[in-house]
Design a protein around this ligand. Structure first.
Ligand code: GLN
Length: 309
């Protein structure tokens, strides 16, 4: 399926692009600091299988936290809701995505939700497989299936860069191991998590994943049920309550759709029963969300009445 350029969308992208100057690209994962601050691209994939784009839409980026939604969908299929939510909560947090503080203060000690790092690390530890290789193969295959592209892979440099510097995420893991939220080898978990975060695609491919969620788990092209309906619903609900980190409340008011961002500057947006949206704009605001990406969504939401509320 080809995605077509769209002049109305391009006009909005051109208007918004300069906002990127006010933000900065993530550099706590050293390899991400190489991103071009002024890149901005968007694709909107209709559930009836048409797609429009604007900006440098073939540019690839790593999913980072967007992968949390996808791996949650797989873990829920692997283990069921009772098991997953026995270990990870369902409540939003007003803290930054990598915060450790609530882990110690909540009783019983479990991460508040699967969209913050602690919760996502616990979710990745639940993926079924006889070996590390098998677990990774299953994770990658699931994402490939959502995009319908077997060439989707991960950025080795970004994964390595994060693996070498992820002391805080390691600390979250060891804390959770002590409290029986996770078990197994922490370095294996770190390798799987940093690879899932480094899965790479362009905004068109991300928009296609959004279209699967928008259609309650159905592949927009083949009609195949890729994600069970109840799991697609759980994922979209988490995206509304926790998807934009500690900016989720403001985003719900200003845009009003399920969305998930990542520190690479990607945003996955879903207009239920209508569109999947993929955005890439690596310049971030102080909460770690794409500054131009959010602006684009605000404009589009107003213009086309996207809000689900
Ligand atoms: N917010 C994000 O995108 C964070 C993902 C990143 N890989 C991390 O764990 O720090």
């Amino acid at each position: 399926m080809m995605c077509k350029s769209n002049t109305d969308l391009q006009t909005i992208v051109d208007e918004v692009r300069s906002i990127s100057e006010a933000g900065k690209v993530a550099d706590y994962i050293p390899a991400l600091s190489k991103a071009d601050k002024n890149d901005l691209s968007i694709a909107i994939y209709d559930k009836n299988n048409t797609c429009v784009y604007a900006g440098e839409y073939t540019k690839k980026f790593t999913l980072q936290s967007i992968s949390k939604v996808l791996i949650l969908a797989l873990a829920l299929q692997d283990r069921g809701t009772d098991y997953v939510f026995g270990k990870v909560g369902m409540e939003p947090t007003g803290d930054p995505f990598n915060s450790i503080s609530k882990l110690e203060t909540s009783i019983p000690s479990k991460p508040l939700n699967p969209m913050i790092n602690a919760g996502a690390l616990a979710v990745t530890s639940m993926i079924v497989g006889k070996s590390e290789e098998e677990k990774w193969e299953r994770m990658l295959q699931f994402v490939r299936c959502l995009v319908k592209n077997d060439e989707i892979s991960y950025n080795v440099e970004v994964a390595k860069s994060e693996l070498e510097t992820a002391s805080l995420n390691r600390a979250l893991c060891y804390f959770m191991k002590q409290h029986q939220v996770i078990d197994g080898d922490i370095e294996e978990l770190m390798r799987l998590y940093t690879k899932q975060c480094a899965i790479e695609m362009n905004c068109f491919e991300l928009a296609r994943i959004g279209a699967v969620f928008a259609s309650n788990g159905l592949d927009p092209e083949t009609g195949e049920q890729l994600i069970p309906i109840h799991i697609a619903r759980i994922c979209k609900t988490f995206m509304v309550t926790c998807g934009m980190y500690n900016a989720s409340g403001e985003f719900a008011i200003k845009v009003g759709i399920p969305a998930k961002s990542g520190v690479s500057g990607g945003i996955l947006g879903i207009v239920p029963d209508k569109y999947g949206i993929g955005i890439f704009g690596p310049s971030l605001d102080e909460k770690g969300n794409s500054i131009a990406g959010i602006k684009l969504l605000e404009i589009l939401a107003n213009k086309y009445n996207f809000s689900i509320f």
